[in-house]
Design a protein. Structure first.
Length: 428
């Protein structure tokens, strides 16, 4: 789930691992009203499924689980068995929220299955005294339980039993985008230009769906650790604990307490607490810039003037000649000049200080689709002497690399990690 300014610091990767994945089939049917354990009310509604997208039939109200026929209510003992008693060697990831465990259930009945059989799941077990409370857990259940889209992670089920709160997701074998961009090691090789553009497009489609008239949801915590990748590097948004219903009627924004992750939040949201879909667009621009540069949104271990990625990169984004100074050195030779320039220009538009000047996510999707169709890589269109050819970076955004001769050789820079920092919060 998301991070709250002033109460939680850092970004927790949902999980990281490798292996196979499967998704349960969708169904539709009646649901019921009852009192769930812990006092949560479960409401009744008729839900339908579709192979592509579905939307919530009722609002996600506080204190009430909007039960979905596609989401199972698990008993704690079932998940205990599925994860082999939450064994340490089943841990996929951990953080302030608790731990995420790998488990197995039957694909049809969702009953616990033997390891290596059935469907692989990821079980998030919240610490009872952890940062994340019932309110965010409930938001996660209600949003992911009612929304369905190819670029949203599937919520298989949940458990609310006594003080235990757990969430059960489809297993995403390639972990988070954050791991692939910033971690080093054999499990996380640098993503190629093509894969970065594929991930960017998938994540953009997920956000565009949330902002559409069908869903009308503001995500509020878009960042690299919340973008998960399946075995084919298809991006899916996870962690809806901070999501909010968008403005209704003639309202232009939602007024709310400032929450999210430092470095990704839009400046007008930080200043006023006014939340709009354009707040998510700004966050997308930050992530797109991270993908271009290989740098984290915040890194105080970098030289003075380079701690904040957006502030450091903005002068380079406005210049076609200087934009290559910010590109990840590990991407050398994989992109065309025009492709890099167009992607950087798109990031710049998303990061506009004027929210009204930012494109909508549907427009962002169209722009990324056009870049993909044009095959703006070293092996596709856009390769031309008129544009100056391709660039192999020696230094710059992040990582190391040497290779094809380039026209401009920016000085090399190191990559280090920095947890997100706390900020003030506004009253709800």
């Amino acid at each position: 789930m998301g991070n709250c300014f002033g109460s939680r610091i850092g970004s927790d990767s949902p999980y990281k691992s490798s292996g196979g994945s499967a998704s349960p089939s969708s169904s539709s049917g009646w649901v019921w009203r009852r009192k769930g354990k812990g006092g949560a009310s479960v409401s009744s509604s008729r839900v339908s499924s579709s192979p592509s997208t579905t939307v919530p039939p009722t609002p996600r109200s506080e204190g009430e689980i909007l039960q979905s026929a596609n989401v199972k209510s698990f008993a704690f003992n079932e998940l205990k068995t599925a994860t082999r008693n939450f064994r340490p060697d089943s841990v996929l990831g951990e953080g302030g929220f608790g731990s995420v465990f790998k488990g197995w259930v039957d694909e049809t009945t969702f009953a616990p299955a033997r390891p290596g059989t059935g469907m692989v799941i990821a079980v998030k077990k919240l610490n009872q005294e952890g940062f994340q409370g019932h309110r965010e857990w409930l938001a996660e259940v209600n949003y992911l339980g009612q929304l369905s889209h190819p670029n949203l992670v599937r919520l298989v089920g949940y458990c609310l039993e006594d003080e235990q709160r757990l969430l059960v997701y489809e297993f995403m074998p390639r972990g988070s985008l954050e791991n692939h961009l910033f971690r080093r090691g054999s499990h996380f090789q640098p993503l190629s230009w093509n894969l970065r553009m594929k991930v960017a497009l998938g994540a953009a489609r997920g956000l565009a769906f949330l902002h559409s008239d069908k869903a009308k949801v503001i995500y509020r915590d878009f960042k690299t650790s919340n973008v998960l990748l399946d075995s084919s590097y298809n991006a899916k948004l996870s962690d809806f604990g901070l999501a909010k219903d968008g403005p209704t009627g003639d309202k232009s924004h939602v007024s709310t307490r400032v929450m999210g992750t430092h470095g990704y939040a839009a400046p007008e949201y930080l200043a006023t607490g006014h939340l709009t879909a354009k707040s998510d667009v700004y966050s997308f621009g930050v992530v797109l810039l991270e993908m271009l540069s290989g740098r984290r949104a915040l890194d105080k271990n970098r030289p003075s003037g380079e701690h904040n990625l957006v502030e450091w990169a903005r002068p380079y984004l406005t210049s076609k000649r200087r934009v290559f100074h910010i590109l990840d050195a590990r991407l050398g030779g994989q992109y065309s000049l025009s492709g890099a320039q167009k992607t950087a220009a798109l990031a710049m538009r998303c990061l506009s200080g004027d929210a009204r000047a930012r494109p909508g996510m549907a427009e962002v999707v169209t722009a990324l689709e056009q870049l993909q169709d044009a095959k703006e890589t070293a092996g596709g269109a856009g390769q031309g002497k008129a544009s100056g050819g391709f660039v192999r970076m020696r230094g710059g955004g992040g990582g190391s690399g040497a290779g094809r001769q380039q026209q401009r050789r920016p000085e090399p820079m190191a990559v280090r990690r920095l947890p997100a920092a706390p900020l003030r919060s506004h009253p709800e």
